[in-house]
Ligand binder design. Structure first.
Ligand code: 5RP
Length: 237
């Protein structure tokens, strides 16, 4: 049972939540990509939905699958968003942004009546923070913002904090779909996610951060048991 099998199992369960006529937020990353492939099959078999993609990569993948797309300008309210996650805790708090799409992902999720995340069960954690927390920042004044973010991290009780700037596959500083820079905060553990969220939002150069708190309603998690992929659900579908 491989990672792709587990991602596909979680995606397949999420697909059962999709109903004809739905306005669907469509996430970013390898698990969301598995969902897009399955959704594409259903669309070509006649399912009528309209999707709002959370990144340029997802837009391209959806177009390849023949999934009809719209923008949040056209559809400001969505029925359901299906997205991946980098971590999820027992209160359905998330760290997202490993694929650099956290800003659009959060805008789309917040515009949805319901957000359901799909993931390999290895993403389930007791305490958020082993995965580096992505922080999207305006490129203007980056040095000053960097220092203010470090202060916010220190005041939030995050031990072992260090910040790095995300780079792209070619080694150049990454620029997000929104034209911003991305910092990764290596924290180990985040003792107070709500407090950290508030402190980061108070820094003027911070555009958004990857803590999704009180947004996801359920998580579909797939794990291997022998040759089987077993899916469990956190929260209510
Ligand atoms: C992209 C994300 C992804 O949902 C997250 O990184 C999970 O990705 P994957 O399914 O490839 O593990 O937040 O910004």
């Amino acid at each position: 049972m491989s990672g792709p099998d587990l991602r596909r199992a979680a995606a397949a369960r999420a697909l059962t939540l999709v109903e004809p006529g739905m306005r669907l937020g469509i996430g970013t990353g390898s698990t969301a990509a598995a969902f897009i492939l399955l959704l594409g099959e259903r669309v070509r078999a006649g399912l009528d939905i309209v999707g709002v993609p959370t990144s340029e990569a997802t837009r391209i993948a959806c177009e390849r699958e023949g999934i009809r797309l719209a923008t949040l300008d056209e559809l400001p309210e969505l029925d359901l968003t299906i997205d991946g996650t980098d971590e999820v805790d027992g209160q359905l708090r998330l760290i997202k942004g490993g694929g650099a799409a956290l800003l659009r992902e959060k805008i789309v999720a917040m515009a949805s009546r319901r957000m359901v995340v799909i993931a390999d069960a290895a993403k389930r954690v007791e305490t958020l923070g082993a995965f580096p927390l992505p922080i999207e920042v305006n490129r203007f004044g980056l040095g000053a913002t960097w220092r203010a973010v470090e202060t916010a991290l220190a005041e939030s009780g995050c031990a072992g904090r260090s910040l790095t700037r995300r780079r792209d596959a070619a080694g150049a500083p990454l620029v997000t779909d929104g034209g911003h820079a991305l910092l990764d905060a290596h924290l180990g553990a985040i003792p107070d996610p709500e407090g950290l969220s508030a402190r980061l939002w108070a820094v003027p150069g911070v555009v958004e951060h990857g803590l999704f708190l009180g947004i996801a309603g359920a998580a579909i998690l797939a794990e291997a048991r022998g040759e089987e992929a077993v899916v469990t659900v956190l929260g209510a579908l």
